[in-house]
Design a protein around this ligand. Structure first.
Ligand code: KG4
Ligand code: ZN
Length: 350
């Protein structure tokens, strides 16, 4: 089954064609650059940019796949959570396409998309060499790569979410913990801005931290003992104070501050993820969301767990259409959990 899938929940416009929930035939993603000027996402601007980008990107995906719309079996689009205007553009475009071509429409929860990115592999036709690199985590995924084993503990960390979830089976999720204030990606973005680095902040911090000493400055880890919830606003405030003090004393050693911050946040995420995996006796740990692209985070988690760690390659961690196509396929296959159809900015995974 081939699904043409659309992602527009935030500032990435993505259209992909995915076969049987795993094989990426095409995956076109355009990151909106308009937000670099403002250093953050302006919702109205995001919606307008999606509207402008969707048509050419859909055409490009079909061209990349060497396919016509009539060779597709279903149309899917993210219906939440996300920016409401941005979601409406993609979901309405998808519904229109489905209606015009007499195809079924599948609404997808964006967070399920981040989870099911762990089922994807690339198969030559799209940008780059055959196979999908795992970003330093072993050989590229291929059709022979086994699917993640369930039950699993899943950590979804993005610009808007930090959810620790027990995946009991396909599309059966139970929330273990979440952030009580900022999302992990938001903390990366805010600290990057504080340090005068670019947007989005995560990759900038990771790059800057490579030349720094992670033990240069002790920072609070926001522990919330006994719970699986996270809190990052205290850490963010501590970095703010540190930077102000360093500024007053002269130069800010950006690499050392970035490395110390990255260490504090990745250790908090890794320790709770590993504890959840041990407590629930799961068979694997899965990561998803933009922050999962962070290599030190992957390494911190991997050395704490006894089961396989699955992480999508960096460009499938950040928002893309292929992960929506994967989630849509498993939605059709495992219908016991409701398939969302109405667009909603707030939509929990569990
Ligand atoms: O999943 P995503 O693309 O969009 C949302 O659904 O929010 O995640 C974007 C977030 C941004 O906050 C960005 O700074 C962060 O993911 N991010 C990273 C890295 N790459 C992206 N954070 C840490 N390290 C990275 N390498
Ligand atoms: Zn996302």
């Amino acid at each position: 089954m081939r699904i043409l899938s659309i992602e527009t929940s935030c500032d990435e416009t993505g259209v992909a064609i995915v076969e049987d929930g795993r094989r990426i035939i095409a995956n076109v993603v355009a990151s909106q650059t308009a937000h670099q000027v403002t250093g953050g996402i302006v919702p109205e601007v995001a919606a307008r940019e999606h509207l402008r980008a969707l048509d050419p990107i859909e055409q490009q995906a079909l061209r990349d796949a060497g396919m016509e719309l009539r060779q597709v079996d279903a149309i899917a689009a993210t219906v939440g959570p996300g920016l409401i205007g941005a979601l409406l553009v993609g979901a309405n475009y998808g519904r229109g396409l489905a209606l015009a071509s007499s195809l079924p429409f599948v609404g997808v929860n964006h967070l399920e998309g981040h989870v099911y990115a762990n089922w994807l592999y690339e198969d030559g036709a799209v940008g780059g060499p055959r196979g999908t690199t795992t970003g330093g985590l072993g050989p590229p995924r291929t059709p022979q790569t086994p699917e993640p084993e369930l039950p699993a503990v899943v950590l979804v960390v993005s610009g808007a979410h930090s959810d620790l979830v027990l995946m009991e089976g396909h599309r059966r999720f139970r929330l273990l913990g979440r952030t009580i204030d900022d999302a992990a990606g938001e903390a990366f973005d805010k600290v990057a801005r504080l340090l005068g680095l670019g947007f989005p902040g995560g990759p900038e911090i990771e790059r800057a931290a490579r030349g720094g000493d992670p033990k240069a400055y002790p920072l609070p880890k926001a522990w919330l003992a006994d719970r699986y919830d996270f809190s990052f606003s205290g850490l963010k405030t501590a970095v703010l104070r540190l930077v102000r003090t360093l500024e007053a004393a002269g130069d800010v050693p950006v690499a050392d501050v970035a490395a110390s911050f990255q260490r504090a946040i990745t250790e908090a995420l890794a320790e709770k993820t590993a504890r959840a995996a041990a407590e629930h006796g799961v068979r694997s740990v899965l990561l998803g969301g933009g922050v999962a692209a962070n290599l030190p985070l992957r390494e911190e988690i991997r050395r704490r767990i006894a089961v396989p760690l699955h992480v999508p390659p960096p460009r499938l961690c950040t928002d893309n259409g292929a992960m929506i196509g994967a989630a849509a396929f498993f939605s059709l296959r495992h219908r016991t959990t409701e398939i969302p159809s109405l667009v909603r900015s707030n939509m929990p995974l569990a």
